[in-house]
Design a protein around this ligand. Structure first.
Ligand code: TZP
Ligand code: MG
Length: 214
C-alpha cells in the first residue's frame, strides 16, 4: 500500500452534475484548473458503459499524469489498470478487496462515523474519505454529517490522510482544510461550475489559504 497521498483537490465525477456538457470536457477542464486526482463514480451506468468510460478517462488522466480511482467496481479498476479503488461502508470490505486484487491496488475508504475506524482492514486504507462533511443534495442516502467539529476530532484519532466530501464549495473550502482535512473531494462545485477550470483553480487557492491557517 503506498504511503503517499500528496493530493489536495479530488474530483469525484457525476455526469448528471455536468449539466448536459460533455463529460470528458468537464473533467479535462477541471484537471487543467488544478484537480490532482480523479475518481470515476457514475452510479447510473451498467458495467460495460462504466468500463468504457473508465478506459477513456484513464487515457485523459494518463495524459496529465493524474491518478484515476474507480468507485466500488474492483473488476473495472483492475481491467483499466486504475491507480486505486474507493469503497464505502456498504461496499466490499478492505480485506475482501485486497483478496481480490492483491495489495498493489491502493484502496480509499469512506468513514461515516468514528466506529468505522475499527472496521476490519480499515487500518490498511490508503486514505479515509470523511463522508459527508456536510449533507449534500448530490448524495441523499448519507447518515449524518461530520461537520467541522467531527472532522477536528477525527484528525486527532488518525494520521491517515483525510479527504473531506460533501457540499464543499469555494466559500467553505479553506475552513475545512484548517479544520484538519488534507484534501477536498468535490462533485458539483466543479462539475456544475460554468467554468470548471476556474472553479478548480479557485478551490486550489482556498486550499492554500486553509493550509496557512493550520
Ligand atoms: N459521498 C459523500 S457526499 C458525496 C459523496 C459521493 C457527494 C458530494 O457531492 P457534492 O456535489 O460535492 O456535494
Ligand atoms: Mg460505494
Amino acid at each position: 500500500m503506498p504511503k503517499l497521498f500528496p493530493y489536495r483537490l479530488y474530483l469525484v465525477t457525476d455526469e448528471a452534475a455536468c449539466l448536459g456538457r460533455d463529460f470528458f470536457w468537464v473533467v479535462e477542464e477541471a484537471i487543467k484548473g488544478g484537480v490532482d486526482i480523479v475518481q470515476l463514480r457514475e452510479k447510473h451506468l451498467d458495467n460495460d458503459a462504466f468500463f468504457e468510460k473508465a478506459m477513456k478517462l484513464k487515457r485523459i488522466c494518463r495524459q496529465y499524469s493524474i491518478p484515476l480511482i474507480i468507485n466500488d467496481n474492483i473488476d473495472v479498476a483492475v481491467a483499466v489498470d486504475a491507480d486505486g479503488v474507493h469503497v464505502g461502508q456498504s461496499d466490499l470490505s478492505i480485506s475482501a478487496v485486497i483478496n481480490r486484487v492483491g495489495v498493489q491496488m491502493p484502496i480509499g475508504l469512506s468513514l461515516e462515523r468514528f466506529e468505522d475506524l475499527k472496521a476490519e482492514g480499515a487500518e490498511d486504507a490508503w486514505y479515509y474519505g470523511v463522508s459527508p462533511i456536510f449533507s449534500t443534495p448530490t448524495k441523499v442516502d448519507t447518515v449524518s454529517e461530520w461537520g467541522l467539529e467531527g472532522l477536528s476530532s477525527l484528525r486527532k484519532l488518525t494520521d491517515k490522510k483525510l479527504v473531506a466530501i460533501g457540499n464543499i464549495k469555494i466559500e467553505n473550502a479553506a475552513q475545512i482544510i484548517s479544520s484538519g482535512a488534507d484534501c477536498l473531494a468535490v462533485v458539483s462545485g466543479i462539475c456544475s461550475a460554468t467554468d470548471p477550470a476556474s472553479a478548480a483553480a479557485a478551490f486550489k487557492s482556498e486550499i492554500a489559504k486553509g493550509l496557512k491557517n493550520l
